[in-house]
Design a protein around this ligand. Structure first.
Ligand code: SAM
Length: 232
């Protein structure tokens, strides 16, 4: 996965990229990141990147001309690049979309535009943005956390990123269901026992139990997921 972040808060992104799994995968050459500070592309002495919206309205908007200069510094006609603007108006990220982004990652380099303040000039979106992506129906103060959510969840599907011992195959949302409850030592804690089947060593029975529990917890916690799969 290759991604370039255009942001007013490079330290926020860089600090996340030090995360153990991410930095290990980066060192192994599985992930490649570059962080670009939007403020480096201002041409005024106050280093401002925003201005008031025409027609009025709350807050300031990131200027299209400054975003364009920053974007042009990373655009490369030799490469297939996908410019993503993280926005509450974008398509909402889901497990299925994450997997699709992960499989497209080998053929494209992502360029992330992180908005701030009241958002960005629409003309920049219309001219340069391939895709608007939202991480949910609520408002963040900036696109950085959305870009990092995208990076973390997509990178989990890049082979090798999770290391050999962990797999994303058993997590919730695989097959559209939630994962079965999990237990670790001590086997008896506060008079609560681990379900016996899990310590039986019988892999067939354990699988059946996990499948049944997965269905049960999905029914209890997220019946909407079952409805999507056509269950009653
Ligand atoms: C305060 S928001 C601006 C919201 C904008 N005025 C609107 O109503 O559509 C500032 C920035 O945060 C980011 N952002 C906010 N909510 C988001 C979400 N749910 N998903 C992705 N990015 C979001 C966007 O980059 C946006 O430009």
């Amino acid at each position: 996965m290759k991604a370039k972040f255009i942001t007013l808060f490079p330290e926020l992104i860089q600090s996340y990229l030090k995360d153990a799994l991410i930095s290990k995968a980066t060192a192994a050459g599985l992930l490649h990141f570059e962080v670009v500070n939007l403020r480096d592309f201002t041409d005024n002495k106050y280093k401002s990147v925003d201005d008031a919206p025409f027609g009025g309205g709350d807050g300031m908007l990131l200027r299209a001309d400054i975003l364009e200069k920053a974007l042009k510094s990373v655009l490369d006609t030799e490469k297939n690049q996908t410019v993503i603007y993280f926005s509450p108006q974008g398509q909402v990220l889901t497990h299925e979309k994450v997997k699709a982004f992960a499989s497209s990652a080998k053929d494209t380099e992502f360029v992330f535009i992180c908005g701030r303040y009241a958002g960005i000039d629409q003309r920049f979106i219309d001219t340069y943005v391939d895709l608007e992506v939202s991480i949910g129906d609520y408002i963040l103060s900036g696109g950085e956390l959305a870009a990092l959510v995208f990076t973390e969840t997509v990178s989990r599907f890049i082979p090798g990123t999770l290391g050999n011992s962990i797999s994303s195959d058993e997590d919730s949302f695989k097959d559209g269901l939630l994962e079965a409850p999990q237990f670790t030592r001590p086997q008896l804690w506060n008079e609560l026992k681990v379900p016996e089947v899990l310590t039986s060593g019988d892999h067939g029975k354990i699988k059946t139990w996990k499948d049944e529990m997965s269905l049960k917890v999905t029914k209890e916690k997220r019946p909407d997921l079952l409805a999507k799969k056509g269950h009653k």
